[in-house]
Ligand binder design. Structure first.
Ligand code: ATR
Length: 283
């Protein structure tokens, strides 16, 4: 005999985030906030999964009521080899962050980081234009690849990139094409000259890490500076860029916006990203 309450819970869609470690992820707070806001009977849970168990866990989750999951460090690349279908942009970026479990049991993998990056700029710097001038991306890791893909997609005509490990920027140029120009890490300050969009896509400036030490003298006042690091919200890079007259956009909005497409697919409601959402995640 099943009472009404347990029946409802049993049929509530489940989603979550797979990573290791996962305790510090802000995604459960974010999705929990949206579930409450829209009165949706669903759950979003942190799932600590070791790399060697990833394939087994993915096979089981759809059979346990899960409609999809987010994927984070260290699984974002490995997941491509386990999904049944991978979107073109996830394949190009080489990583996925959002999985949809289809009713037929097939796993569909997408990458929404680039969408989140651009949606954050459009929301917080509405007059920003991708083709206003060169873009400069600092870093060439997984997050940087999503940023590069989305900037090129948005119409940036010249994309300058620098990375401590030069080979990773060279790989991005080889894969993303002629609009990408590689600068040496030792000359990183030079690539800021005339750039209209400047992005820190390294982990430098994060709490507990060194600050980004690229000289910012060449930064044009009026350029848009944004950081993927959001702990702290105001990174040393953003503080200095603001002091030089740049418009700045912090990185929290990218986290919020990249989550929206998954939430909509799993729970059937396009969630709004606003100040309440920011507060729910920061709190
Ligand atoms: P993510 O998926 O978050 O991008 P990642 O792929 O590990 O993570 O990339 C981290 C980025 O921060 C890289 O650009 C990395 O430079 P390397 O490719 O040379 O490793 C950059 N980064 C991390 N620590 C750094 C440091 N101390 N100095 C310079 N760059 C650093």
């Amino acid at each position: 005999m099943i009472d009404d309450t347990s029946f409802t819970i049993a049929n509530a869609p489940l989603a979550g985030v797979i990573g290791m470690p996962i305790a510090h992820s802000r995604s459960p707070a974010l999705h929990g906030h949206w579930l409450r806001r829209y009165g949706i009977k669903g759950y979003y849970v942190p799932l600590p999964v070791m790399p060697e168990h990833l394939a087994d866990v993915l096979r089981i989750l759809p059979r346990a009521g899960f409609v999809g999951v987010n994927v984070t460090i260290p699984h974002k690349e490995a997941i491509l080899g386990l999904a049944d279908a991978v979107t073109d942009r996830a394949a190009l970026i080489g990583a996925a962050n959002t999985l949809i479990f289809r009713p037929d049991g097939k796993i569909h993998a997408d990458n929404t980081d680039g969408y989140g990056f651009i949606a954050n700029l459009r929301q917080n710097a509405p007059d920003w234009q991708a083709d206003a001038g060169p873009a400069a991306v600092i870093g060439a890791g997984g997050a940087a690849r999503a940023v590069v893909a989305s900037l090129l997609d948005s119409g940036v005509r010249e994309l300058r990139i620098t990375n401590r490990t030069r080979l990773r920027s060279e790989q991005i140029k080889a894969e993303f094409g002629a609009r990408v120009v590689v600068y040496d890490w030792a000359q990183a300050g030079n690539m800021l000259e005339g750039a209209q969009t400047v992005v820190n896509a390294t982990s430098l400036g994060m709490e507990g890490k060194q600050a980004l030490r690229i000289p910012l003298e060449a930064l044009s006042p009026g350029a848009l500076a944004t950081d993927l690091v959001y702990t702290p919200l105001m990174t040393p890079f953003l503080i200095e860029a603001q002091g030089r007259g740049c418009r700045i956009v912090d990185g929290l909005g990218m986290l919020l916006h990249q989550a929206a497409p998954g939430f909509e697919r799993w729970f059937g409601q396009r969630p709004e990203v606003d100040d309440d959402t920011r507060r729910a995640v920061i709190g």
